[in-house]
Design a protein around this ligand. Structure first.
Ligand code: NI
Length: 166
């Protein structure tokens, strides 16, 4: 849970950059990759992350433009990546201009329960990490090169002439 705007901004900036690397790697052809029938596709997971930024944080009273589009992902990887980029920037601007640390400590009604806003911000990041992990599996299945997230990928180790960790 976060207690200051500054700490959230630092954490989000780091995580959003990693998510953006993932989204920027997607291709239109890869968007329909899925682990099994009736599970979310790679494109739908990416889109879910792009629209969740506003869906979740607007419940705390933060005001910024909601991304255009429906619940179903567009067929364009570039559009998904651009929508995430815009939502992330807009949310960061909103929280830095509209909130002080006191707002982070206040609570809001979230999905039927009252959550401290600092918890919502923490869950926003953890939710993104959860789905990003699902996406990297689907990216490999789709034949895409997974970018570094918290360190080199297997492909990154090989490119550096090193043995990948087991
Ligand atoms: Ni989700």
């Amino acid at each position: 849970m976060f207690v200051t705007v500054k700490d959230f901004v630092a954490a989000w900036t780091h995580e959003a950059a990693a998510t953006q690397r993932v989204l920027d790697t997607l291709t239109d052809a890869s968007l329909h990759q899925k682990i099994a029938e009736n599970h979310r596709t790679l494109g739908q997971l990416g889109w879910h992350l792009a629209i969740t930024i506003h869906e979740m944080t607007s419940r705390t009273g933060l005001e910024f433009a909601q991304a255009a589009g429906e619940e179903v992902a567009p067929e364009s990887a570039a559009q998904i990546a651009a929508t995430y980029r815009q939502a992330s920037v807009a949310m960061l601007e909103a929280i830095q201009s509209q909130w002080t640390d006191a707002n982070v400590m206040q609570s809001s009604m979230m999905y039927g329960d009252e959550w401290p806003n600092g918890l919502t911000l923490d869950i926003l990041i953890k939710h993104e990490i959860h789905h990003r992990g699902q996406m990297t599996v689907l990216m490999r299945q789709a034949g895409l090169l997974v970018p570094d997230i918290y360190g080199p990928t297997r492909e990154g180790w090989l490119a550096m002439g090193m043995e990948p960790h087991l």
